[in-house]
Design a protein around this ligand. Structure first.
Ligand SMILES: Cc1cc2nc3c(=O)[nH]c(=O)nc-3n(C[C@H](O)[C@H](O)[C@H](O)COP(=O)(O)O)c2cc1C
Length: 356
């Protein structure tokens, strides 16, 4: 499908999606991008169902443009190794004490919101687009989306994953290259094996699959959006580029650090959440280089959440999860609507330059 075709299908003007970024995409950001003609996405992976409904209502209150809600697909119930939890808490609390932060871990009432309840809230909110990472939705859930005419985007990090999304009835697949910031969407492979660069990934997926592709990973300007289109993508999904918008709720110290980020410091990190994610290697990561013994996502994520909040409040970016893609230093702090306009201006300029 052409970029114009997908934009038309989604009811947007530009082949540009602001990535769902759990914890960093408040309604003001989502609405600003959508109102500017892109597709704003609410990263709702950490939100309880009522918060999803509330934030969706806020987005609708700020404009009537199409927007997306993004969720992480997780099992509703899972076993937790409480011995490993106790050990991890000791390590984390000792680190906080050494670093002079008064905060300590505590046992949360729940490790993560229940996916099936989040999904029900998403259906009730009825955004134009629903996107999913970390796994597949089932046939009943697919039907629920179809009944409400919600466009389905699945996230894949390999062609094999993309194919399973095609089989699951996705309307488009977001191909997440190794460059991408934030959590890896990988669900069929060891994440270390699924670090495929976006150029390779798009070309492979284009040859193998007949479904609209969305490119994600390291795209920071309009030329990047055009490059992805030339390689077969119908739209580009940018996360890091939007992190320094004033509407984005990322901590100010995180935004500052992105400006100075060195690409060789942008690493794949397990230590904050128990799941591979790309971000800045810092003191926390150096102190706890491996995922704390046997603690998977979302358990470790829930344990470190209050520590990360305290680190942000104390402006301790060295103890904060500063997720970002490999081209983070190319961020351009400016209001989201201006960024969308700038990206599309650059896109048109690059297109003209190629044609001349
Ligand atoms: C801070 C941050 C949080 C993210 N959270 C999510 C998320 O909640 N859901 C999701 O599907 N992708 C998430 N991603 C990944 C993006 O969808 C996308 O793959 C990535 O941002 C693209 O790479 P880029 O950051 O270099 O633009 C996140 C990325 C970042 C930087």
């Amino acid at each position: 499908m052409t970029a114009a075709g997908l934009a038309q299908r989604l009811g947007i003007e530009h082949p540009l999606i602001q990535a769902p970024m759990a914890g960093s995409t408040p309604p003001a950001l989502v609405a600003a991008v959508s109102n500017a003609g892109g597709l704003g996405s609410l990263g709702a992976g950490y939100l309880e169902p009522q918060a999803i409904l509330d934030q969706a209502a806020q987005i609708r209150g700020l404009g009537d443009r199409p927007y997306a809600i993004g969720l992480f697909v997780l099992p509703d119930d899972f076993d937790v190794d409480m011995t490993a939890v106790a050990k991890a808490r000791e390590q984390l609390d000792a680190l906080m004490a050494r670093e002079g932060l008064a905060v300590r871990t505590s046992l949360p009432t729940r490790w993560a919101p229940r996916f099936s309840d989040q999904f029900a809230a998403l259906c009730e909110a009825r955004p134009a687009v629903a996107s999913f990472a970390f796994g597949l939705i089932d046939a009943t859930q697919r039907q629920e989306l179809r009944r409400r005419e919600i466009f389905l985007i699945g996230t894949a990090t390999t062609v094999a994953e993309a194919r399973t999304w095609v089989d699951a009835g996705a309307d488009a697949v977001c191909m997440q290259g190794a460059e991408a910031g934030g959590h890896r969407g990988t669900f069929l492979h060891d994440p270390a094996d699924a670090m495929i660069g976006l150029f390779a990934l798009l070309a492979l997926a284009r040859r193998a699959l007949d479904i609209p592709l969305i490119a994600a990973g390291g795209i920071m300007d309009g030329a990047g959006v055009l490059a992805a289109e030339i390689l077969g993508a119908s739209a580009s999904q940018l996360g890091t580029a939007f992190l320094t918008c004033p509407e984005c709720s990322a901590a100010e110290v995180w935004k500052q650090d992105l400006l100075e980020a060195k690409e060789h410091q942008v690493a794949t990190i397990n230590s904050f959440s128990g799941r591979a994610a790309r971000g800045l290697r810092n003191r926390f990561v150096e102190a706890l280089p491996q995922a704390l013994e046997g603690l998977p996502y979302p358990v470790l994520n829930a344990l470190t959440a209050p520590l990360r909040r305290a680190a942000a409040a104390a402006r301790r970016s060295d103890l904060l999860s500063e997720w970002c893609g490999q081209a983070a230093a190319l961020v351009r702090p400016q209001p989201a609507a201006e960024l969308v306009a700038r990206l599309m201006y650059e896109y048109r300029l690059a297109k003209r330059a190629l044609a001349s």
